[in-house]
Design a protein around this ligand. Structure first.
Ligand code: S3P
Length: 449
């Protein structure tokens, strides 16, 4: 992965900026891009993908699928062609699968491979090697896969798949789309019906796309309101044409920057607004943010709109913990928005943030402290007293430590734009995992004014 290939950290100071104006387009959705490559690699025929995110995480998935026999070809900007091997047809990879920084690649691929008769070793960078994998190895072991790894179920980890695997009924103990998807993907090559029960809904891209590729998948609610997802195994997947919408998690940084920097008037085109992903925009509106959806439409089975965002004075809010799964990756940048709001913002129920690419509660608390925000850390969230719209005044010249976490780096870049004296980020390399054009789009939106 190029993040680790480039040996030196790449610091950058994000200075106070003028307004963000004009029109920008963020790259394709990361979750949908991973799933397009994985399902395309299992389908029979040629899958064509437009708008694929060409970030390092997705490229790690592409490399892994190639190493297991799929033909994957880049035809142009975001234009990819995949010739799949058919469900059950993945081949033994010759070497270890390097997942770089990508938790999604790792957990979803463990699921895919669990029901194939092959052995694969997963390795990753320092951040990924600290993240818990027990949440997927536990259900996948019940299906018959065997795992040997570092203590605590961490990478490096070797999987021995089983074919035929055993279908299970699995109730998710954590609200995680990655765990849900791992079990469903394992179910694809498993005889019988694999069932996942999801008490708290999480992003549903896997379900939508599995259906799109022709798998038999049913969703219903049980008596307690939990989603019960049933996938019929030994599926035959048919190649698809996929158009990947813009990533709402990437649009989030620009939406917050435009809300915070006075005079901003920015349109972000083609943003995916799947309701299991888009809660940040609702929370920002509830804080007083002026975010308008223009031309709501359907792209590749996902709702999409252009977002017109204008500078707004925000007011602090108590964020309902029920919305956490539908904006789980957006809290770092919400914390930045809250730091400039009027009054207090309280967030709770964020324990999952502690096991992302970094401990996003502790790391954002430390980062915002350095940037001059007033932040208190609790066990499961942050309490932030905002400036009322004044720019942040950091008392320290020390660079903000980002701990190999792209979303910390981008959130603190936004804090820099909304600060009096700028914010220095210690390493911008991880941004390339999910949003390689982030810095050029910042420069474009800021200088357009
Ligand atoms: C993802 C699910 C989320 C999210 C991650 C991508 C996915 O993780 O944080 O960036 O594509 O399924 P969890 O489902 O583990 O919360």
């Amino acid at each position: 992965m190029s993040t680790t290939d480039s040996p030196q950290p790449r610091p950058r100071r994000f200075a106070a900026s003028g307004p963000l104006t004009g029109r920008i387009r963020v790259p394709g959705d990361k979750s949908i891009s991973h799933r397009s490559l994985m399902l395309g690699a299992l389908a029979v025929g040629e899958t064509r993908v437009a708008g694929l995110l060409e970030g390092e995480d997705v490229l790690a998935t592409a490399a892994a699928m190639r190493a297991m026999g799929a033909q994957i070809e880049r035809r142009g900007d975001g234009e990819w062609r995949i010739h799949g091997v058919g469900v059950g047809g993945l081949m033994q990879p010759a070497g270890a699968l390097d997942m770089g920084n990508s938790g999604t690649s790792t957990r979803l691929l463990m699921g895919l491979l669990a029901s194939h008769p092959l052995t694969a070793t997963f390795i990753g960078d320092a951040s990924l090697s600290k993240r818990p994998m027990g949440r997927v190895t536990e259900p996948l072991s019940r299906m018959g896969a065997d795992f040997t790894g570092a203590p605590g179920g961490r990478l490096p980890l070797t999987l021995r798949g089983l074919s035929p695997a055993v279908p299970i009924e699995y109730r998710l103990p954590v609200a995680s789309a990655q765990v849900k998807s791992a079990v469903l993907l394992a179910g694809l090559n498993t005889p019988g019906i694999t069932t996942v029960i999801e008490p708290v809904p999480t992003r549903d891209h896997s379900e939508r796309m599995l259906r799109g590729f022709g798998a038999h998948l049913e969703v219903e609610r049980d008596a307690d309101g939990a989603r019960v997802i049933r996938l019929t195994g030994e599926a035959e997947l048919r190649a698809q044409d996929i158009v990947v919408p813009g990533d709402p998690s990437s649009a989030a940084f620009f939406a917050v920057a435009a809300l915070l920097v006075p005079g901003s008037d920015l349109t972000i085109e083609n943003v995916g607004l799947n309701p299991t992903r888009a809660a940040l925009f609702d929370v920002l509106r509830a804080m007083g943010g002026n975010i308008e959806e223009i031309d709501r439409r359907d792209v590749g089975g996902e709702p999409v709109a252009d977002l017109h965002v204008r500078h707004s004075v925000l007011t602090g809010i108590e964020v309902d913990p029920a919305v956490v799964p539908s904006m789980v990756d957006e809290f770092p940048v919400l914390f930045v928005a809250a730091s400039l709001a009027q009054g207090r913002t309280v967030t709770r129920g964020l324990e999952e943030l502690r096991v992302k690419e970094s401990d996003r509660i502790a790391v954002m608390r430390a980062a915002l402290d350095l940037a001059g925000a007033r932040v208190t850390e609790t066990e499961d969230g942050l309490i932030i007293d905002g400036t009322g719209g004044d720019p942040l005044h950091g008392g320290s010249n020390r660079p903000v430590p980002t701990h190999l976490d792209h979303r910390i780096a981008m959130s603190m870049a936004v804090a820099g734009l909304a600060s009096a004296n700028g914010v220095e980020v210690d390493d911008t390399r991880p941004i390339a995992t999910s949003f390689p054009t982030f810095e050029s789009l910042i420069d474009q939106a800021v200088t357009a004014s």
